[in-house]
Design a protein around this ligand. Structure first.
Ligand code: HEM
Length: 123
């Protein structure tokens, strides 16, 4: 049995990431975060990250997730929204539920690096 990456392939991951950012940018609450962002670069980094999370050979070369989202003030509610849009994009491209579950687990693991900590909180 192959990796999740072998189940879907890099082309599908690219399609997922394209559709994901279309959905993110269509959301009036999320759109303001992405003003002035180099979208092709962001997509390229998200594709690498997702491929490696799925067990592919790609090496993530973007910024550390905590550094990339520092001072952005990402709220928990916005994090859940973005996570749901990623899951929806995966399902739309035919990802199986085992793959989706794996991504949801990873989303839980990186949440603390992306969501802004309340002032005074450790870490
Ligand atoms: C759900 C999990 C998330 C993952 C896995 C993720 C992943 C990433 C990655 C890989 C980058 C690229 C870093 C780089 O280019 O070096 C990035 C950048 C960015 N993320 Fe996220 N992100 C997530 C959630 C969010 C949320 C919830 C928001 C805002 C609502 C957000 C807003 C941004 C913005 C605006 C950038 C661009 C930063 C810049 O290039 O200046 N992200 N993210």
């Amino acid at each position: 049995m192959g990796s999740y990456y072998e189940q879907v392939g890099a082309a599908t991951v690219r399609e997922v990431v394209d559709r994901f950012y279309v959905a993110v940018l269509a959301d009036p609450e999320l759109q303001p975060y992405f003003t002035d962002v180099d979208l092709p670069r962001l997509k390229r980094h998200m594709v690498m990250l997702l491929c490696s999370v799925l067990g592919g050979p790609e090496v993530y070369e973007g910024a550390d997730l905590a550094d990339a989202h520092r001072d952005m003030g990402v709220t928990g509610a916005h994090y859940e929204k973005v996570g749901s849009l990623l899951v929806a994009a995966l399902r739309e491209q035919g990802a199986g539920e085992d793959l989706v579950e794996h991504v949801v687990t990873v989303l839980g693991q990186v949440r603390g690096s992306i969501v802004a900590q309340p002032a005074g909180a450790a870490g």
